[in-house]
Write a protein that binds this ligand. Structure first.
Ligand code: OAD
Length: 262
């Protein structure tokens, strides 16, 4: 079978790695105001506060490990004939579990990228000191030696234009990165998917719902893995009300064993 697969993930896939979600119990947006931390206006008003929050998050992610859900998705990518992972997560746990950047779109950016708020200069900060395991390091260009110190500078400035550097993530009110958006559109245009798997997202953003619905072939499966109901649940052909780290390895092992992807 020529299986074409789209996987869409959100914060729930990293929850079991100890990364807080946004809207869930103990989620960031339960206690913090996104308008003060994740908008261009917040950055203009108080860049120090915004940087402090992102540095804390970077550190938490560096200390975290991919969980069985990230690993199962990387395994599925290897077995599917055609595969794309679209993640809303800015962490690098999918990459560290072995998902290749060719088959992954980080639609809300990458928390380890630092970019200029004025010109197009950007760099990727040093990878965390983890053990890459079998997958090897992600192939993005990391910053050169010395930039780790740069990252710890209170308010980093652009080496090219002296503009304020900011985290390379998408904030509320900003456009999605054009090139990444194109990669998703191209994948959708290339044909319908036999399996669309949506994991750990409240599907708050219309484009997530739109991509999931557009991607599914008329006889395809739309599988939702989430302990809670979401706006996408009503369209799902299978609703798996379990934690991703439990459900995904089992589900993906079954799919691979059925030979759908060979
Ligand atoms: P949310 O925090 O909105 O949703 C997390 C979802 O994960 C919820 O539906 C939970 O039920 C589910 N969940 C929690 N634990 C889970 C587990 N162990 N296994 C499976 N599911 C679990 O996070 P997102 O939908 O990713 O945007 O949020 C989307 C965007 O809103 C984020 O990318 C971020 C945020 O504001 C930006 O920063 C632009």
């Amino acid at each position: 079978m020529n299986a074409r697969v789209l996987v869409l993930t959100g914060a729930g896939v990293s929850a079991e790695s100890g990364i807080p979600t946004f809207r869930g119990k103990d989620g960031y947006w339960r206690n913090l105001n996104p308008a003060k931390l994740a908008t261009p206006e917040a950055f203009a008003n108080d860049p120090r506060l915004v940087w402090e929050w992102y540095r804390e998050r970077r550190q938490r992610i560096r200390n975290a490990q991919p969980n069985p859900a990230h690993k199962a998705i990387a395994k599925l990518a290897q077995h599917a004939q055609e595969f794309l992972l679209v993640t809303q997560n800015v962490d690098d746990l999918h990459a560290r579990a072995g998902s290749s950047k060719e088959k992954m779109v980080q639609i809300h950016g990458d928390i380890f990228v630092t970019r200029c708020s004025r010109c197009d200069f950007s760099r990727r900060e040093h990878p965390p000191s983890f053990n890459y395991g079998v997958a090897g390091p992600p192939s993005q260009g990391y910053g050169v030696a010395g930039e780790r110190e740069e990252e710890e500078v209170d308010l980093p400035r652009c080496p090219r234009c002296e503009g304020l550097m900011r985290p390379g993530v998408v904030w509320f009110g900003e456009q999605l990165p054009w090139s990444e958006l194109q990669r998703v559109e191209n994948y959708l245009e290339d044909g319908p998917c036999d399996f669309v798997i949506i994991v750990g997202t409240t599907a708050t953003f219309g484009y997530i719902i739109d991509w999931a619905l557009r991607a599914k072939a008329s006889d395809g499966e739309l599988v939702e893995v989430n302990p809670e109901e979401t706006p996408l649940s009503q369209f799902a052909t299978q609703r798996v009300r379990e934690r991703a780290a439990l459900a995904l390895p089992r589900m993906i092992d079954e799919l691979v064993a059925r030979g759908n992807f060979l």
